[in-house]
Design a protein around this ligand. Structure first.
Ligand SMILES: [Zn+2]
Length: 238
């Protein structure tokens, strides 16, 4: 299974999961449809579906275009009806990114709650993959996860020096310390790869974030998503 990052961060998020047989799942179509089509080599027949975490343009820009092309998009923020990908090996579950009181932890520009979901995606050669972004915390715990793609938006230490109002700036996003706690709580012997997502341009440090995550997850490989990143996500170490 190949993971291709087309964009990660506030200027647009989009990932492709490309199976060995070519079947492709789009995660968060938050870029212009032209860019997504280009990354698919203009071959949309390989796309089995798409999933979208929430309605903000940097994650959902091309949802309508994909639907018009006949691609089904699982967007639990609108309908909890799970997407059916018949006759394929893909299994997709969405889960609410809420706190213990049921409040969504991502926010709109006016500060109101923005319903946002994470995904647990399974496929035989890849195993179980978690995709989590645009939340301040994750209350759920997962077992036997092979791949974790999780937001590490900013570091308190970096941002405090720049902006004393950092709580406002980063509301609705995950701080490095929270990301590390999440990794600690959900890592297991089967964890192969960790990809840190959606780093803030001004308030993060890719090398430092990767090093801190590596300390936590040990044997698993750690990557920081950026445009053009292409890595293998396989269940078995080769
Ligand atoms: Zn958002």
């Amino acid at each position: 299974m190949k993971l291709k990052c087309l964009g990660s961060g506030s200027s647009g998020n989009c990932y492709l999961l490309i199976a060995g047989n070519g079947e492709t799942l789009i995660i968060d179509p938050g870029l212009q449809i032209k860019e997504i089509k280009k990354a698919l080599n203009w071959n949309i027949s390989c796309v089995v579906g798409a999933v979208c975490t929430h309605h903000h343009a940097d994650h959902a820009k091309s949802v309508k275009d994909l639907e018009q092309m006949g691609i089904s998009v699982f967007k639990p923020y609108e309908s909890p009806q799970p997407m059916s990908i018949e006759d394929t090996g893909w299994t997709i579950q969405g889960f609410e990114l809420t706190d213990k009181t049921g409040k969504f932890m991502h926010t709109n520009a006016d500060g109101s709650e923005c319903p946002c979901y994470g995904f647990l995606i399974s496929y035989p050669e890849m195993g179980r993959l978690l995709y989590i972004t645009d939340t301040e915390l994750v209350k759920w715990r997962f077992k036997n996860v092979n791949q974790i793609l999780v937001e590490a938006n900013y570091s308190k230490e970096i941002i405090q020096q720049e902006n004393p109002n950092y709580e406002h700036v980063c509301r609705g996003h995950m701080e490095l310390g929270t990301t590390l706690e999440f990794l600690k709580a959900n890592k297991g012997p089967d964890l192969r790869n960790v990809v840190l997502l959606h780093l803030s341009d001004d308030n993060s440090d890719a090398e430092l974030f990767a090093a801190r995550a590596k300390e936590v997850v040990g044997m698993a490989d750690v990557y920081v998503a950026d445009k053009e990143m292409e890595i293998e996500l396989n269940k078995e170490p080769f």
